[in-house]
Design a protein around this ligand. Sequence first.
Ligand SMILES: Nc1ncnc2c1ncn2[C@@H]1O[C@H](COP(=O)(O)OP(=O)(O)OP(=O)(O)O)[C@@H](O)[C@H]1O
Length: 736
Amino acid sequence: MAQGELKSSVLPNPKPPIASRFSMRQKIAEHRKSLPIASVEKRLIEEVQKNDILIIVGETGSGKTTQLPQFLFSGGFCREGKMVGITQPRRIAAVTIAKRVAEESDVELGQRVGYSIRFDDCTSSSTRLKYMTDGFLLREALLDPLLSRYSVIVVDEAHERTVHTDVLLALLKEVQRARSKHEGVQTKAGDEIGVKRNGGVLRGCQGRKVSPLKLIIMSASLDARVFSEYFGGAKAVHVEGRQFPVDIFYTVHPETDYVDAALVTIFQIHVEEKPGDILVFLTGQDEIESVERLVKERLEHLPEDKRKLLPLAIFSALPSEQQMQVFAPAPTGFRKVILATNIAETSITIPGIRYVIDPGFVKARTYDPSKGMETLDVVPASKAQSLQRSGRAGREGPGKCFRLYPEREFEKLDGSTKPEIKRCNLSNVILQLKALGIDDIVGFDFIDKPSRGAIVKALTELRLLGALTDDCQLEKPAGEQMSRLPLDPVYSRALILANKQFNCLEEMLITVAMLSVESIFYDPREKREEARTSRNHFASIEGDHLTYLSVYRESNEFLEKRKTESSEAKIDKIMKKWCKDNFVNNRSLKHARDTYRQIRGHVEQMGFNVSSCGNDMLEYRRCLAASFFLKAAQRQMDGTYRALESGEIVHIHPTSVLFRSKPECVIFNELMQTSKKYIKNLTRIDHLWLAEFAPHHYKTDDEMKDLTQDDCFYSVRDGTLRPLETEANVKGKLFV
Ligand SMILES: Nc1ncnc2c1ncn2[C@@H]1O[C@H](COP(=O)(O)OP(=O)(O)OP(=O)(O)O)[C@@H](O)[C@H]1O
C-alpha cells in the first residue's frame, strides 16, 4: 500500500482567509488557556524533567491529549530533531487529535504535528509531535529497536488496556532501561548497542547519540497504582478539575429493551431539549444500522418542523472518509444524532455534542484457548467506560448524559475493563514479539500475564501455520513475511500460500478483504425472503467464500463499466443503488474494497506478483483448505458438525449458503456462540486435502496405522487425535 493513500480523502487542512484566521487563533488561544491543564503547565514540565516515568491522571476533557505534547514541545523536548510520540488505541483518535493540535499550533498537518496509522502516514522530516496508534509504534520498533528518534513517548488512554498497549508498555520499559544504560554513547550506523535479545545484541541507535527516553502514561480513568507498581513505584500526578459539568441521569427501572429505550430517549431529547447534538453508544454495526433505519422511519411521523434530525453512524468497519462525516457540523437548523460503538468512547471530541445516551453495554471479545473459540458477547460496560462515555458530553459546554439503567446498577459495574491480553487469541501478538527478537514469551514482563494455556495455544498455532520453527524461532522467510503483514497470521499465511503454491493471490486478497467486514449482506428482517431470492445469483454451491468472490467481482464489473462515463459522486450513488437492489451492505463493500487495495499494496511491496486463477475454483478451494486447515469440520450422522481441532459439536449458521446442503467436510473462519455454537463463512472441501496440505497435523486412516507413541495427529476421517496429545508432549516441543 502506498503510504498516505487515505490522506487526501481524510483530512485536507486548508488555511482559512487571514481575517477569520486571526480571530480563530485568538479563540483557540483563549480556549487553551481555559483548560484545567493550562494552569499546571510549568509543574508538569518540571515533573517530566525530574522523572523518567510519569503517570498523569486527569478528568476527561482537561486537556491531556491535546495540550501536554505542546507543553513538551515548548519545554524543549524536541530539540536536536527529537520527537514526542503519543500513542492512541484507535486510529480515528490519532488522526482527529493530530488535526486539532496542528490547528491549535497553526501549522500544516504533517509538518510539525503529524500522525501515523496503518496504511496512512501523514508525517515529514519536520514532524516533532507524532500521534499514532499503539500498534503502529510496535511496528516501528521492528525497524528501530531503541525508538531512537523519540525523546518522550506518551501512552495515552492506558486504561483501555488493549493488547497493543500492554505489549508496548513492556517493550518501552526495556527500551528505556537500555537507553539509560548507554546514555551519552555516540554510535555509528551499524554499531551494536542496545537491547539484548536472541542471545545477541540488536543494532540500536542508528548512528545517533544515545539519550534517555522519558515515558508518560496517561488516562482519565486509570488505576494509577497498578501502573506505578509495574514501573517500580513511578510517580503519579493528578490534574484536577474539568472544563464543563455533565449532569448524569438514570432510569428509575431497568430497561428490558435498551435499543428501544435509546430510541425513545433520542426523540425525547430532540423534542424537549435545547439545541445540541446527541451521541448514542450502541454495540455493533447491525445494531447501529437498525437504529439508523428506525430513527428515519419515526421521523416521518413527526410534524414537518420537528424532522430536522440527522442520524450518522460511526464504527470501526466504516471507511475513514465515512467515519470523518460525524465531525462535520450539522446543516443549519439540524440536530445530529451520532450512533457509535465504543470507537467514540475515548479521546475524541466530536464538535457539537451536548447529550450522551449510554445504554451501558459493549460488545466484548473473549477467547477460550482450550477450544480455540472466540466469542463476541454483549456485556455491561465497566465504570471506566461509562465515565469516558459521559465525558464526551462536556467538552464544549455543559452537557447531559442519560444512562439507561438505574443508579444502583452503576455501582455494581466492574471498575475497569478486563485487559484484552487476558481474553484474546495471542498468535498475532506473539508473532510480533518473536519478530522483535523476544524469545522467552512466558518470561516476558507483561503488566498482566496472559494464561500459560493461551501462550501455549498461540505458539502451537504459529508452528502449525509455519510462522515458527519446531523450536519456536521465527521461520524464514514465511514467519518474517507474516509478521510484516498487518493481518491475523492465518490470513497472512493464506496470502503467502495463494502466491507461492496456488496461483490465486487475487482471489485470496478479495477473500481476506471480504472477511474483514462484519456483514457483507444487508438482511432486513421484514424482507428476508426477498433478500434471499435477489441474492441467489451470487450464491455458490461450494460455499460462502466463493459467494463473496462473486459479489466482489460482479460489483467490480458493474463499477468498471460506469467509471468512464460518470463523476465520482454519481458513481457513489449508482453503487448505492446496485447494493440496495442486491441486498448488499454498501458500507461493508466499500470497506472491503479499501482493505483490498491496502493489503494488495503491502503484498506488492513484499515482491508478490498478484495473479489470478480465473475460473479454476478447484484450485482456489484447495488453497482455502491449505490455509484454514485448523478450522475444519466434519458432518456427523445427526447432521451436526464436529470441529476437528476442538472436538466441539457445532452447527452451520443459517446465513451460510451451505446451511441447507450440509456437505460432508468444510473449512470455516468463524466459530461463535450465541444460542448454539455456530460456524460461519464456510467452504466445502475434500477431507483428503487436509492430509495432503497439512501432513504435519492430519493423517488418513492408512497413514495412522504407522504412527508411533511419540506422534500425534488428527484423523481426517473423524477428527480424533491419535495417539492422545499430552501436555508434556506439547510442552516438550515448545520451551527449548
Ligand atoms: N477536534 C476538536 N474540536 C473542538 N474542540 C476540541 C477538539 N479536540 C479537543 N477539543 C477541546 O479541547 C478539550 C481538551 O481535549 P483533550 O482531548 O486534550 O482532553 P483530554 O483530557 O485528553 O480528554 P480525554 O481524557 O477525554 O481524552 C476538549 O474538551 C475540547 O473542548
